[in-house]
Design a protein around this ligand. Structure first.
Ligand SMILES: *[C@@H]1O[C@H](CO)[C@@H](O)[C@H](O)[C@H]1NC(C)=O
Ligand SMILES: *[C@@H]1O[C@H](CO)[C@@H](O)[C@H](O)[C@H]1NC(C)=O
Ligand SMILES: *[C@@H]1O[C@H](CO)[C@@H](O)[C@H](O)[C@H]1NC(C)=O
Ligand SMILES: *[C@@H]1O[C@H](CO)[C@@H](O)[C@H](O)[C@H]1NC(C)=O
Length: 436
């Protein structure tokens, strides 16, 4: 055994670096104004418990919260990392969110943040290099070129930008500048489900560079002062994880941990002060934490690591009133500014209860809305996913796992009502999420 092990060590020293797979969650640092170091520790504990490897710290420019909250995040992560929590951080420079692109060098710049934090014990390295990403920035591609301003100032990096706006036909010209590529195309267009076609096209277009796939559960933009819109969430969370297994990207980035104003958060709602103006009415009472419940399983499937299902689990999500039970207000399905055909939000969002079961063995799953008859579904070992139309039914929703005639798991979700539950009379296109 000892001899074999030392031979393996010798052999591996001569092999090319073997890449392993990682899962990240996108944290909008601009939405963490009320965070303390302890709040960051809570977020890190929850993410690590879900099997997430690192936070992509989305930072926009200019934003006065960023220096303080980046420092708090690293203080929390360093303390936890040193104490054995296997979780790290890296930057995702947002070139649009703050209204100005990031400067390559200078007092508040890509180089200043990287220089300050890339040697932190909590900074995520890949193949020995500091990992770094972006949200767009196609006006600043030259800054990131090999031998360009950024790399010549801070040294080598493992650079995985989201430059999705270049399109698969435009990416070839910039491949020498990047180590990997991140596609932001993760929501469907109009009244359709998301497919994995664009991911497969991106993966192919950027090969042999690595590919980072985006996985998001939902999308409802609901902030004040602009056009609000929805893209279809519905089955998206279950569909995308199934697609991850087929696409086999190198990295997955969950979008997002805490973007409440676009309703795709999977982290906790810590404080109303961190919810974008205008969105609180649609976010309060709509926890999304149970979106994390199957992540340990999904992530181990993605990484090809062993996972034993020790407990039957369910996760379920639904809007608590039909789309036509309120006024859509300014909300459209799709958005013209993204070059899309605008449709009615009622066409895009389906009035259904969406639910998944992670089963130890085959079982019957039952869903009952109010006092209406329960509907049964036959599940098999592993992940199962279904949806059930409201069909005008109202009441609390009961979810049960039944095996050999006995109820082995049961949970209840809030009441579905015929009309919107918001005092404003507006339809809430956000979803409630629960699990048992
Ligand atoms: C370090 O981890 C141990 C074990 O989980 C825990 O008991 C202790 O409180 C932690 N210390 C700090 C400083 O977080
Ligand atoms: C991914 O794409 C392939 C090729 O189009 C298709 O066969 C497969 O069903 C897709 N996977 C999922 C989970 O949609
Ligand atoms: C996976 O885990 C199960 C249960 O702990 C164990 O019996 C099995 O040998 C493991 N398989 C691998 C490949 O490690
Ligand atoms: C419905 O669920 C709510 C909590 O969401 C609970 O307060 C209420 O008692 C439930 N109603 C019934 C009839 O079970």
């Amino acid at each position: 055994m000892v001899l074999l092990k030392s031979l393996l060590v010798l052999a591996s020293a001569c092999l090319p670096v073997v890449s392993s797979k990682y899962v990240f969650a996108h944290v909008v640092v601009g939405n963490t104004a009320a965070h303390t170091v302890d709040t960051w520790k809570t977020d890190i504990s929850l993410a690590a418990a879900a099997g997430i490897d690192a936070f992509a710290l989305n930072i926009a420019y200019p934003d006065t919260n960023i220096p303080t909250q980046v420092a708090n995040a690293f203080t929390a992560a360093e303390a936890m990392f040193t104490n054995g929590t296997d979780f790290q951080l890296f930057f995702s420079f947002d070139y649009l969110g703050g209204g100005q692109p990031w400067a390559a060098t200078g007092t508040e710049s890509v180089a200043s943040y990287m220089t300050k934090y890339k040697t932190s014990s909590a900074y995520f390295l890949y193949n020995g290099l500091p990992f770094v990403s972006t949200f767009e920035g196609t006006g600043n591609i030259q800054d990131w070129a090999q031998g360009g301003t950024i790399r010549s100032t801070i040294g080598d990096v493992y650079f995985v930008p989201d430059w999705t706006s270049l399109g698969t036909s435009g990416i070839g010209a910039v491949l020498p500048d990047i180590e990997g590529f991140f596609s932001w195309d993760m929501w469907p267009n109009g009244a359709a489900d998301m497919s994995n076609t664009t991911d497969l096209a991106w993966k192919d277009a950027v090969s042999p560079k690595t590919y980072m796939m985006g996985v998001s559960p939902w999308f409802f933009h609901s902030t004040v002062g602009g056009q609000d819109w929805v893209w279809r969430g519905d089955d998206l969370w279950a569909d995308r994880w199934e697609q991850v297994m087929d696409v086999e990207p190198d990295f997955v980035e969950i979008v997002t941990w805490n973007d409440f104003g676009e309703a795709h958060y999977i982290g906790p709602i810590h404080s109303e002060d961190e919810i974008a103006e205008g969105a609180a009415d649609f976010v309060n009472g709509m926890p999304h934490d149970s979106f994390r419940d199957f992540l340990p399983y999904y992530i181990s499937q993605f990484k090809g690591t062993n996972y034993t299902i020790t407990e039957d689990l369910m996760q379920y999500w639904y809007r608590t009133a039909p789309t036509t039970g309120g006024s859509a207000g300014t909300v459209t399905g799709n958005i013209a500014s993204q070059g899309q055909e605008v449709v009615s939000p009622d066409e895009v969002m389906q009035d259904k209860v969406f639910f998944s079961a992670l089963l130890k063995e085959s079982a019957t799953v039952q869903v009952q809305i109010g006092t209406n008859a329960a509907v049964s579904y036959q599940g098999t070992k592993g992940v199962n996913h279904w949806s059930q139309p409201f069909d005008g039914q109202t009441g609390n929703v009961t979810f049960s796992v039944v095996r050999s005639g006995a109820v082995v798991k049961q949970g209840e979700g809030p009441e579905i009502t015929a009309t919107t539950q918001l005092a404003s009379g507006l339809t809430n296109f956000n979803t409630w999420v629960g699990g048992c």
